[in-house]
Design a protein around this ligand. Sequence first.
Ligand code: AMO
Length: 433
Amino acid sequence: MDDRTYAADAEPGTDATVAGWVHEVRDLGGIAFLILRDKSGKIQVKFEKDEMDDDLVDTGLSVHRESVVRVEGTVEEEERAPTGVEVVPDSLEVVAEADPELPLDPSGKVDADLSTRLDNRTLDLRKEEVKAIFQIRAEMLRAVREQFRDLGCTEINTPKIVATGTEGGTELFPVTYFGREAFMNQSPQLFKQLMVGSGLERVFEVGPIFRAEEHNTPRHLNEATSIDFESAFYDHTDAMDACEAVVRAAYEGVAENCAEELETLGLEDFSVPEADFPRLSYQEAIERVNATGKLDEQLVWGDDLSTEAEHALGEDVGRHYFVTDWPSEVKPFYIKDHDDDPELSTGFDLMHPSLELVSGGQREHRYEHLIEGFEQQGLEPEAFEYYTKMFRYGMPPHAGWGLGAERLVMTMLGLENIREAVIFPRDRQRLSP
Ligand code: AMO
């Protein structure tokens, strides 16, 4: 049983057992200190050479950095100690010795490049600022789940091994499934839609999506975490309201519960984005991009927003914003067109000033239109029969969206590379750890 006292909870005047990693040993001659680090923080262990058992002092001072030790002793107040208290040890046990040569320095005094850090992620997460990212990520997910509950959603889990792709044929990872070709799922899109037609009506999922992206960029992963939402009887504007609520709740959760982590990351001025994210139509968006004069070539109707265009617009708008009413031709088959203008879709994206966070829209729930959409996109409706046939048995109008969890963390914390927001990222080069 874990009956130790966390470093942060050690009370002066008590006997305590602390356990954790050797952060540092400082030998000042007659006196020496071992700084022990655990989940809660650090605590100083003091060795007075003349007054203590030689074996105890020798063990404490010869232990390699990052070894795991257990120290029993008395907690005393000590103004000069980094946390105002120190442990005067009665005994010290080396629980797990670390090699003297470490592949990276968890004290952070020596920088390591990202690749070395990812190869040795266990050691990398011993750094306060790296651990803080994943504590914030966990809090973000907790807050998001709570907001979904407030929205009346049921959490679902859908298959990750599937027979067909949905987000464009070229970005699929094939796998062999008992001798048949199968794929890693790119999105829970079709499953979540099938669930709004079920008795559940309003659902969300937090789970992996797999994209065989060719590009190695600071904003793409080959395995990402998607936060998906879908609701019956919602249109695209309702879906955008829910999207804004979830994104703001994520920021609120972090602002309320991660003050220490934010401080560790130097983000004391962290703030929750103001409500009412502007909603620009695609037409307005391309006009605004063109007006910035930052692109070599003017955008025309039907162009996707390039990274440069996203940056120019993001700088111009200066906060989170939606781009709505995209040309139907650039949106997938499951997105519904506007009733009064089939050239215009109900698809939307939520943008952070630096990159896209979310895609969503109202869905095509009318069976005949859905089949037409498949054909227009060059997909065989037969391969999707498990999905399309449910649209013949009472499928309500519905809308939803997918939010990239790593992109949310990345933009929230101003991380330069999306890999910083994943413990074990998957990219073109990286398949382990
Ligand atoms: P889309 O393909 O735009 O839409 O993905 C939704 C969001 O997921 C994140 N994302 C990624 N993050 C990191 N690396 C990737 N390779 C990657 N791909 C996607 C992004 C993106 O905005 N089915 C629709 C959603 C819907 O309509 O409900 C979909 O998957 O943040």
